[in-house]
Design a protein around this ligand. Structure first.
Ligand SMILES: *[C@@H]1O[C@H](CO)[C@@H](O)[C@H](O)[C@H]1NC(C)=O
Ligand SMILES: *[C@@H]1O[C@H](CO)[C@@H](O)[C@H](O)[C@H]1NC(C)=O
Ligand SMILES: *[C@@H]1O[C@H](CO)[C@@H](O)[C@H](O)[C@H]1NC(C)=O
Ligand SMILES: *[C@@H]1O[C@H](CO)[C@@H](O)[C@H](O)[C@H]1NC(C)=O
Ligand SMILES: *[C@@H]1O[C@H](CO)[C@@H](O)[C@H](O)[C@H]1NC(C)=O
Ligand SMILES: *[C@@H]1O[C@H](CO)[C@@H](O)[C@H](O)[C@H]1NC(C)=O
Ligand SMILES: *[C@@H]1O[C@H](CO)[C@@H](O)[C@H](O)[C@H]1NC(C)=O
Ligand SMILES: *[C@@H]1O[C@H](CO)[C@@H](O)[C@H](O)[C@H]1NC(C)=O
Ligand SMILES: *[C@@H]1O[C@H](CO)[C@@H](O)[C@H](O)[C@H]1NC(C)=O
Ligand SMILES: *[C@@H]1O[C@H](CO)[C@@H](O)[C@H](O)[C@H]1NC(C)=O
Ligand SMILES: *[C@@H]1O[C@H](CO)[C@@H](O)[C@H](O)[C@H]1NC(C)=O
Ligand SMILES: *[C@@H]1O[C@H](CO)[C@@H](O)[C@H](O)[C@H]1NC(C)=O
Length: 389
């Protein structure tokens, strides 16, 4: 493990965790609107293991990444913030529960004692701590849905020469794959659903597992990685833009002496990983992280103080259960940067409110946008460019 922290330990960490293994997850290639997906026992196991890994990394006083003053055995609910997307099936929400169980496993001690002496069992603190965001409550965790400019971006992408070229390259493979796709279209724009079908069948269907030709799973992954990288970067790293403010606020709070929160966990799907690695230039130094992260992957944004007392942020990544340890990444060419420059570099890409999101997506009706008055808005009238696209 790479140790960039001071001997005193970390001040806090913000974690983006991907959900675990799940049932099939269909996404419409023209909107990325999706069907529901449900967590599987394997997915719960992966998230539990992730929680345990985070426990060994951040809650173990012998770890170089130990977080100063964090409660090690019994969860102190004031020290944790956890958010999960509650829409689209239970996969993300239940992943967060499983992660928390691995982070603070159930023991006789893990019940929480309230001020009035009543004891709350572990399962109920886990439920009470989790902030679940429904699709209609806020675009924060599902910012691409019903975002008109994101859909424009997809249309442009599918018409681009790089995309058409790549689809030509993939065509012989997609023809050979056709018998293994059931009713799923083998159109290159459908590459996400193609890979997901192959991956889910390969995991759960023995006949499929035994008959799928060697390398077909890897080839499908390769093309799916390419398409998703282009969908969630380019002019529209939308998936991270609405999460960055939460990250700034959480880290900023941790720099204050009055702060209690030491671990902020955002349970998400794969999209913010791709967008974040792009906007932080992490893929410049590590080009191989540009694809879809595996289930139960995690990004850590660790906050520490250097010897001069400056707050610094460092980014690490673990690609699901395939990696046993964190990998140190670089942001803008550095293994750690000051908190101020972290905010400064990324501020221009953020969307920090629903109102801001409505404008940034040209959405005036859905997702709470109808309450705002657009009548005087130059951008929507077609002659201004108030917000970055
Ligand atoms: C940890 O606790 C000590 C003693 O109470 C305090 O001096 C220090 O500021 C705390 N550190 C953090 C990061 O909370
Ligand atoms: C996308 O899904 C949401 C929630 O299920 C729904 O309200 C919305 O109408 C859908 N949008 C499109 C363009 O299908
Ligand atoms: C203690 O507080 C909890 C939560 O507010 C409440 O549910 C419980 O009834 C209280 N117990 C007593 C003995 O007052
Ligand atoms: C098209 O694909 C070929 C081979 O895959 C590659 O050599 C070429 O540079 C690509 N051209 C464009 C415009 O992407
Ligand atoms: C592939 O899908 C795109 C949109 O998703 C569509 O525009 C295109 O016509 C489809 N191509 C074929 C050959 O069906
Ligand atoms: C399992 O895979 C086989 C071979 O591709 C297929 O014929 C069958 O329909 C699949 N079963 C299920 C339950 O999807
Ligand atoms: C971010 O994505 C865009 C579009 O795919 C690409 O042109 C750019 O090089 C990427 N940036 C990095 C640092 O990889
Ligand atoms: C930051 O602290 C303020 C004040 O305590 C609180 O209202 C807010 O929810 C915190 N934000 C995050 C992301 O922790
Ligand atoms: C994670 O590993 C898989 C291979 O198992 C690879 O295809 C993918 O690109 C990796 N993702 C990242 C973000 O490194
Ligand atoms: C990020 O990478 C791009 C190349 O993709 C480069 O032009 C830019 O200067 C880099 N930004 C910083 C702040 O290092
Ligand atoms: C939100 O973003 C706007 C610009 O897009 C900025 O003026 C404002 O200060 C931001 N608010 C916060 C709390 O970061
Ligand atoms: C934004 O949406 C309105 C209709 O709701 C449309 O008239 C306008 O052209 C759109 N603006 C852009 C820049 O696409």
């Amino acid at each position: 493990m790479v140790n960039t922290t001071t001997a005193a330990g970390l001040i806090g960490v913000v974690l983006l965790a991907r959900h675990g293994d799940r049932t099939a997850y269909y996404q419409d290639p023209t909107t990325y609107n999706s069907t529901q997906a449900y967590i599987t026992p394997l997915g719960e196991q992966q998230e539990f293991e992730l929680g345990n890994f985070l426990r060994n990394t951040y809650l173990n006083p012998d770890s170089p990444s130990f977080i100063q003053n964090i409660s090690t055995d019994v969860a102190n609910i004031d020290q944790l913030t956890v958010r999960a997307d509650a829409g689209g099936g239970n996969v993300i929400l239940n992943s967060a529960y499983a992660l928390l169980q691995g982070l603070y496993p159930s023991t006789q001690n893990s019940a929480i004692a309230l001020a009035n002496g009543t004891t709350v069992p572990p399962s109920s603190w886990r439920i009470s701590i989790l902030q679940s965001l429904e699709y209609w409550q806020s675009p924060s965790l599902t910012s691409w849905m019903d975002c008109e400019y994101f859909q424009d971006h997809l249309t442009r992408l599918y018409a681009s020469s790089a995309f058409i070229n790549m689809s030509t390259t993939a065509a012989p493979f997609l023809t050979a794959l056709k018998p293994y796709l059931g009713g799923v279209s083998n159109n290159f724009t459908n590459m996400w659903n193609i890979y997901d079908h192959v991956n889910v069948q390969y995991t759960y269907n023995r006949t499929y597992y035994e008959t799928l030709p060697p390398t077909f799973l890897q080839q499908a992954r390769y093309y799916a990685d390419w398409v998703q990288r282009n969908v969630f970067t380019d002019s529209e790293p939308i998936a991270i833009r609405t999460l960055l403010p939460e990250i700034f606020w959480a880290l900023g709070n941790m720099t204050k002496t009055s702060n209690k929160v030491k671990m902020n966990i955002q349970e998400v799907d794969y999209k913010p990983f791709i967008s974040l690695f792009n906007v932080t230039n992490a893929t410049v130094t590590d080009p191989d992280i540009g694809g879809i992260p595996n289930y139960a992957s995690v990004i850590a944004l660790e906050l520490s103080q250097d010897s001069q007392g400056q707050y610094e942020v460092s980014m690490k990544f673990k690609n699901g259960t395939e990696d046993s340890q964190f990998r140190q990444l670089q942001m803008f060419g550095n293994t750690s940067i000051t908190f101020d420059s972290f905010v400064e570099e990324l501020f221009g890409t953020t969307i920090n409110s629903t109102n801001n999101w409505c404008f940034s997506c040209n959405q005036t009706v859905q997702r709470g946008c109808s309450v705002f008055n657009y009548s005087n808005d130059a951008f929507l009238s077609g002659y201004g460019t108030g917000y970055r696209r």
